[in-house]
Design a protein around this ligand. Structure first.
Ligand SMILES: Cc1cc2nc3c(=O)[nH]c(=O)nc-3n(C[C@H](O)[C@H](O)[C@H](O)COP(=O)(O)O)c2cc1C
Length: 181
C-alpha cells in the first residue's frame, strides 16, 4: 500500500512532520509513506489551474497515484495553516485528485487541545465538493498530540506510550478503511 503524507507545517523541527515520520517508520510493514512537501507550491491562482506550475503538477500527480493520504495539521489561530489550505485548493481543481481518496487526519500542537479546532475545520474542508475525500470518521479516530513539545524525543520520534497505543489502533483502522472498496 502506498500512502502520501502532507504536513501543514513548513518549519524544520515541525512536530507534525515528525509525527508523519514516526507513522512512516512505525508502520513500514503495512504501507510505504512518502511525505510530500508543500513548500514549493505557489499561491493558488485560478488563471493557472489548467496548466499549473511544475511543482503543482508533481504534487497533484503523487496524490493521484497514492492509495490514501495522511494529513498532519498544526493549529494556527484555531484553524489549519494557510499553506495547507493552499495545497488543498490546488487539489480541489482540475482532476480533483482527492475525490473519494481515503484520508486520515492527525495533528500535533503544543497546546492542551492538540489541534482539535484545526481538525474540525480540516474535516469540513475535505468534505467540500471540490475535494470530496473519503475521510476516516472522527468517532473513534480523532488522533491528536497535545503538549507536543513533551512527547517527541531528541531524534524526532513520538515516544509517548499512551499516544502511540492509540495511534496503533487508529492507523490499523485506517489501513482497513483504505482497503475497503
Ligand atoms: C501562527 C501560529 C498560530 C498558532 N495558533 C495556535 C492555536 O490556535 N492553537 C494551538 O493549539 N496552538 C497554536 N499555535 C502553536 C502551535 O500548535 C505550535 O507552534 C506547533 O508546534 C505548530 O506545529 P509544528 O510543530 O508542526 O510547526 C500557533 C502557532 C503559530 C506559529
Amino acid at each position: 500500500m502506498k500512502l502520501v503524507g502532507i504536513s501543514g507545517s513548513l518549519r524544520k523541527e515541525s512536530y507534525n512532520t515528525k509525527l508523519l515520520k514516526t507513522i512512516g517508520e512505525r508502520y513500514a510493514e503495512s504501507f510505504d509513506l512518502e511525505i510530500l512537501s508543500i513548500r514549493e507550491l505557489p499561491f493558488y491562482d485560478q488563471d493557472e489551474e489548467a496548466d499549473p506550475p511544475d511543482a503543482v503538477k508533481t504534487f497533484k500527480e503523487k496524490v493521484k497515484k497514492a492509495d490514501g493520504v495522511i494529513i498532519a495539521t498544526p493549529e494556527y489561530n484555531w484553524s489549519i495553516p494557510g499553506a495547507l489550505k493552499n495545497a488543498l485548493d490546488w487539489l480541489s481543481r482540475g482532476d480533483k485528485e482527492m475525490k473519494d481518496k481515503p484520508v486520515m487526519v492527525v495533528g500535533a500542537s503544543t497546546g492542551i487541545l492538540g489541534t482539535v479546532r484545526a481538525q474540525i475545520d480540516q474535516r469540513k474542508i475535505l468534505g467540500s465538493s471540490g475535494l470530496s475525500a473519503r475521510v476516516l470518521p472522527p468517532s473513534t479516530n480523532e488522533f491528536l498530540v497535545t503538549n507536543a513539545h513533551e512527547k517527541f524525543d531528541e531524534s524526532g520520534r513520538l515516544t509517548d506510550e499512551a499516544t502511540l497505543q492509540f495511534l496503533d489502533a487508529v492507523v490499523n483502522r485506517f489501513v482497513e478503511f483504505v482497503k475497503k472498496p
